[in-house]
Design a protein around this ligand. Structure first.
Ligand SMILES: Nc1ncnc2c1ncn2[C@@H]1O[C@H](COP(=O)(O)OP(=O)(O)O)[C@@H](O)[C@H]1O
Ligand SMILES: [Mg+2]
Length: 378
């Protein structure tokens, strides 16, 4: 028995994918139909990953072919899920906020693992690659961007943009910077509640004159607490990068960090994990690698959690010194360290592109504060 492709299409024109008005051929859900003898292969593209819709479509297709074309046809349905076309960002563009194409949160779980060091070096490397970059130092417990970029004494000025007064970020090494540290005295301990911190950060994003940015990097405070929930839920974050050392205590916290981003109420894609302080090589023994905090811990964690591994950085005196003098190590020309940061930065960009091709922009959840308690609205 030879089945005619036209008859199959005519049969499929009589059924719909659940939730759609047009029949599945007209709506474009049926991408292709192939027939050989009594075999029929239908390629179907759905815009939702919902299992019941997929099952329903498969059953309906088989049934209609058996009833209308040939009752013994061997039918195979290949289903592919794709985001609806109008949600597909172009190139690198996620456009979570007008003018800001991608907001990347850098998080660690544990403090002191090098999150701010990595963020500042990612920022200058992106700028070196020609991207327009902003860095928002959101570490309310220990802001470090002012020191790491040697702009400790600067204070953002107010400028007027479209009739509105806005904060002008401080620029250093091609990176536009705003930090909680610009608004607090260095020795002043700040106690923030989540909604307060989220509000301050919202102002630093929406009421600042960032101009056009390809990337806004967000240096988050350590931990996975209430403050993170508020920040994550009120900002449309494109994706998160997790920094960890290979040490078990740091890995356990990094794992919590990944889980936090992936939980349903936050749902921020994890772009990958960076292993910092992966090993130490003494300058006089360039062939040797000492795994001071353990070997491959973050790499293995990435594999376990099925998130990309973005690369490793050595423990190196020059990285620490560069941070302390306020000139990120990646600013050096053609050093092994600068190359390591370039490699990692390329991987981050690649993951952002991949993410924007495959997923719709992250939605922010509106947080309103009433009488000291926060309510969350979609
Ligand atoms: N790869 C590295 N090699 C040497 N020192 C590092 C490295 N990464 C971070 N540091 C140093 O470790 C300390 C903590 O790093 P920091 O970036 O402030 O961590 P976090 O932001 O996670 O608290 C800083 O003194 C920093 O200079
Ligand atoms: Mg820090």
């Amino acid at each position: 028995m030879k089945i005619d492709k036209k008859e199959i299409l005519a049969a499929l024109e009589t059924i719909t994918v659940a939730g759609e008005g047009k029949n599945m051929v007209e709506s474009g859900a049926v991408k292709n139909v192939v027939t050989f003898g009594d075999e029929v292969i239908v390629d179907l593209v759905l815009t939702t990953p919902a299992m019941h819709i997929k099952k329903r479509a498969e059953v309906d297709i088989m049934k209609v072919i058996h009833e209308k074309v040939y009752e013994k046809a061997k039918v195979k349905v290949n289903v592919k899920v794709e985001a609806p076309a109008q949600n597909k960002p172009q190139e690198i563009k996620g456009k979570p906020i007008p003018g800001i194409n991608n907001i990347i949160a850098v998080a660690s779980g544990k403090g002191g693992v090098g999150k701010s060091t990595v963020t500042s070096n990612l920022a200058v490397t992106l700028a070196k690659m020609g991207f327009k970059v902003g860095l928002l130092d959101a570490d309310v417990y220990g802001p470090s961007a002012p020191i790491m970029f040697d702009v400790e004494r600067e204070r953002p000025l107010s400028v007027t943009v479209d009739g509105k007064s806005k904060m002008k970020p401080i620029e250093s090494y091609g990176v536009k910077i705003l930090s909680i540290g610009f608004f607090t005295k260095p020795d002043q301990a700040v106690v923030w509640r989540g909604p307060m911190a989220a509000k301050a950060l919202n102002q630093m994003i929406f009421d600042a004159a960032w101009g056009e940015l390809d990337f806004l990097l967000l240096d988050l405070p350590p931990g996975t607490g209430d403050i993170h929930l508020s920040i994550m839920q009120s900002l449309p974050i494109t994706g998160a990068v997790i920094v960890s050392t290979p040490q078990n205590v740091a890995l356990a916290d990094a794992k919590k960090g990944v889980a936090m981003f992936q939980q349903e109420s936050i749902n921020v894609p994890v772009l990958g994990i960076i292993e910092n302080m992966a090993y130490f090589t003494p300058p006089e023994l360039p062939e040797n690698k000492y795994h001071i905090f353990g070997k491959d811990g973050a790499r293995n964690l990435a594999e376990d959690l099925k998130v990309p591994f973005l690369g490793e950085l050595p423990l190196e005196q020059s990285i620490r010194e560069a941070g302390d003098v306020g000139r990120p190590a990646a600013m050096q020309m053609a050093t092994v360290t600068a190359e390591a940061f370039e490699e990692i930065t390329k991987n981050v960009v690649q993951e952002v592109v991949r993410r924007n091709e495959n997923l719709p922009p992250t939605e922010a959840i509106k947080i309103t504060t009433m009488a000291g308690c926060s309510t969350v609205k979609k």
